[in-house]
Design a protein around this ligand. Structure first.
Ligand SMILES: *[C@@H]1O[C@H](CO)[C@@H](O)[C@H](O)[C@H]1NC(C)=O
Ligand SMILES: *[C@@H]1O[C@H](CO)[C@@H](O)[C@H](O)[C@H]1NC(C)=O
Ligand SMILES: *[C@@H]1O[C@H](CO)[C@@H](O)[C@H](O)[C@H]1NC(C)=O
Ligand SMILES: *[C@@H]1O[C@H](CO)[C@@H](O)[C@H](O)[C@H]1NC(C)=O
Ligand SMILES: *[C@@H]1O[C@H](CO)[C@@H](O)[C@H](O)[C@H]1NC(C)=O
Ligand SMILES: *[C@@H]1O[C@H](CO)[C@@H](O)[C@H](O)[C@H]1NC(C)=O
Ligand SMILES: *[C@@H]1O[C@H](CO)[C@@H](O)[C@H](O)[C@H]1NC(C)=O
Ligand SMILES: *[C@@H]1O[C@H](CO)[C@@H](O)[C@H](O)[C@H]1NC(C)=O
Ligand SMILES: *[C@@H]1O[C@H](CO)[C@@H](O)[C@H](O)[C@H]1NC(C)=O
Ligand SMILES: *[C@@H]1O[C@H](CO)[C@@H](O)[C@H](O)[C@H]1NC(C)=O
Length: 563
């Protein structure tokens, strides 16, 4: 089973109190394994249990949280546990183990139980559970009616039209007020009392509490974290350096940036590879030609495909300017396209199934109900995109878990205004990513207006000496956790981290299959052996991104032209 089937989620902190051990005597000291709640996990080979932990590890009087935990038994001779977090923040450990059990067992050698949990703020079995700030989706839509929260931002790629700059900046006071009001609504919601107890430091201490119960209070803790799960990882290894067992962090967020900058600012530098990945898409489409990519005509080069995509965005943009009630705005198309950059395995479907329908809808040629189909689909498409709040794809009230964790962890309010945020977006669209610089809404930007900070945040240092060397992995081209973040983490940890790059594109190394990378994970997890620092793995040559076209073919033909 290829490693690319995992669905990482990333949307995307301070304390100094690493000396407070997560001590089990505040909470439970035993996990009773049983069948999982079938409404959440129906795979009977998995076991589930609960553990009570203190809501606030520094103040037992606040009361307890309850963690829902899942376990896939080791297939070989058990040597302990390996913990897994799928990212988000807000991804469900229960669901991800159910979906990816075999893969996780394979890359960890089958000698560990795979253990994960729904972190605070996730799902309906952990307490506190999913965070909602609106009573219903209708309530949410009514609140944001007529704003860019629902339509995205309209611009032509570089904010070349002065009118677009003016229109966006005029919205600044309106949107700032809206997001400030959202914060107040959340504080009045039933989730209110928990808002300061969700967050990454609590997640780290919760993992340590579970490990203490399962493997003993001094046992090394093994961990695999992808996407936002790497932030849990870099906080864990620095908060509990003496507990570090075998740890893999894949698709890395820069922990220093998160400890020192507002997430909205950091977001800009996370987008450095997006336009190159977009060029990989148009290159692959051109290389396979019309038989493998419906967007290609005979003889088209990458720039011809680009011209078609840009024309589609422009048509949607013009239509939205003429009448805001279009089935799909150019801003929504940009969000979809950004989601596609995560996952090259979905590109043939984008090019052959989605694209022709989007063209019809944008050109007003679709059947009357086509836009409903697209809306459903488009929401599906971006579901794995952390930027879109989970829950918004259905009629459910949208979840604010990602925002609560990300913003709860973030630096204190600094008086940043929405005008500052919008100016940053304009500059990002111009200087960093023409394709995705203006994606909206994104939880990152709301932290400047989020009223709560977590009871504990870890702000460093991030260069502690660890009990074991860890493995840091990154794609060369990742749309949201770019290679420079992994390089920075590896540099901080010096001799304690080995950096492995995968010569491919997509979010985390699992976005494409690589026997080389799987072998490295497996050897490290089972034997503790690490390849030379700086090793580069290729994506499997038989993995065709488009019919007859593999990753190396695409990388060799990416045009140097700006898009
Ligand atoms: C939990 O949520 C799932 C859907 O995610 C639902 O099917 C189930 O009924 C809920 N269970 C409880 C105990 O509320
Ligand atoms: C189990 O749940 C998964 C996803 O939650 C679903 O796709 C599958 O059909 C379910 N299987 C059974 C036997 O209910
Ligand atoms: C997992 O392993 C334990 C210990 O060997 C065993 O008691 C339990 O039945 C196994 N669980 C499942 C679901 O196979
Ligand atoms: C954006 O600007 C670059 C130059 O910085 C240019 O090459 C490109 O064509 C522009 N794209 C759009 C869509 O305006
Ligand atoms: C805008 O489009 C909507 C939906 O198609 C339509 O009902 C409305 O009349 C249009 N408005 C104008 C000014 O054309
Ligand atoms: C659109 O309408 C047709 C005919 O009324 C129906 O067969 C089809 O299922 C509808 N599609 C969607 C996505 O609702
Ligand atoms: C980004 O572009 C704007 C103009 O579009 C320019 O004023 C600014 O200096 C640029 N910033 C960087 C960091 O290059
Ligand atoms: C670790 O980082 C801190 C800054 O956070 C720095 O002052 C210190 O010298 C670094 N320690 C080592 C061993 O590099
Ligand atoms: C691995 O290489 C990186 C530079 O890419 C460096 O920062 C890090 O310290 C090296 N680690 C080891 C163990 O040599
Ligand atoms: C682990 O080491 C043993 C003994 O040296 C070797 O036989 C085995 O192939 C190694 N496993 C991996 C996955 O490298």
């Amino acid at each position: 089973m290829p490693y690319h089937n995992l669905a990482p989620i990333l949307v995307l902190a301070f304390a100094s109190a690493a000396s407070y051990a997560a001590s089990s005597h505040h909470g439970g000291s035993h996990i009773e394994w049983a069948a999982c709640d079938a409404s959440v996990v129906n795979d009977t080979s998995l076991s589930c249990g609960f553990l009570e932990v203190p809501l606030d590890y520094h103040d037992p009087s606040v009361g307890n949280a309850r963690l829902a935990i899942i376990k896939a038994n080791a297939t070989g001779e058990r040597r302990g546990s390996v913990f897994f977090n799928p990212g988000g923040p807000g991804g469900s450990g229960l669901q991800s183990v159910q979906e990816d059990k075999e893969l996780l067992l394979q890359v960890t050698g089958g000698v560990y139980d795979i253990v994960s949990w729904d972190p605070r703020g996730v799902g309906n079995l952990t307490i506190p559970g999913e965070i909602f700030c609106f009573d219903s989706f209708a309530d949410y839509s009514a609140f944001f009616k007529g704003t860019i929260e629902l339509t995205g931002i309209e611009e032509t790629g570089n904010f070349t039209e002065p009118a677009d700059v003016k229109a966006l900046l005029e919205q600044a006071p309106i949107m700032q007020k809206k997001y400030e009001e959202v914060g107040q609504r959340c504080r009045r919601s039933s989730s209110s009392k928990y808002l300061k107890y969700v967050g990454t430091a609590a997640a780290v201490r919760d993992m340590v509490s579970i490990a203490n119960v399962l493997d003993g209070p001094n046992a090394p803790i093994n961990y695999l974290g992808i996407s936002y799960g790497t932030l849990i990882g870099s906080w864990f290894v620095n908060m509990f350096p003496e507990r570090v067992g075998r740890v893999i962090l894949d698709g890395v967020l820069d922990p220093i940036a998160f400890a020192t900058e507002e997430p909205g600012k950091t977001f800009s530098s996370q987008l450095v590879s997006v336009d190159t990945i977009y060029k990989a898409l148009i290159t692959g489409c051109a290389l396979t030609g019309p038989s493998g990519c419906a967007a290609a005509s005979k003889g088209d080069g990458p720039l011809d495909i680009d011209a078609k995509f840009q024309a589609l965005l422009k048509t949607a943009y013009d239509a939205t300017k003429a009448n805001a009630s279009v089935p799909i705005t150019s801003g929504q198309l940009r969000v979809e396209l950004f989601g596609e950059m995560y996952s090259p395995v979905s590109w043939p479907n984008l090019a052959n199934e989605e694209y022709p329908q989007i063209v019809q809808i944008v050109n007003g040629e679709g059947p009357a109900n086509a836009s409903h189909a697209l809306r459903r689909r488009s929401k599906d498409l971006v579901r794995r995109n952390p930027l879109v709040k989970r829950g918004s794809q259905s009629n459910d009230s949208p979840s604010y878990t990602s925002i609560a964790i990300l913003c709860g962890d973030s630096v204190d309010l600094r008086g940043t205004t929405m005008e500052d945020v919008f100016k940053g977006i304009i500059s990002t669209a111009r200087n960093v990513s023409h394709i995705s610089g203006s994606v909206w809404p994104a939880p990152f930007y709301q932290c400047a207006f989020w009223p709560v900070r977590s009871a504990e945040r870890y702000e460093g240092p991030f260069n502690k000496t660890l009990a074991n060397r860890i493995l840091v992995a990154s794609n060369i081209l990742d749309p949201i956790t770019p290679l420079p973040s992994a390089e920075r983490l590896a540099a901080l940890l010096g001799q304690d981290a080995v950096l492995i790059r995968q010569n491919g594109f997509g979010h985390t190394t699992e976005s494409a299959p690589s026997a080389c990378m799987n072998g490295i994970f497996n050897a490290y997890m089972t034997n503790g052996t690490l390849p030379p620092n700086g090793t580069v793995c290729e994506v499997d040559a038989d993995f065709e991104v488009f019919d007859g076209v593999n990753t190396l073919d695409i990388l060799a033909h990416i045009p140097s032209t700006d898009v």
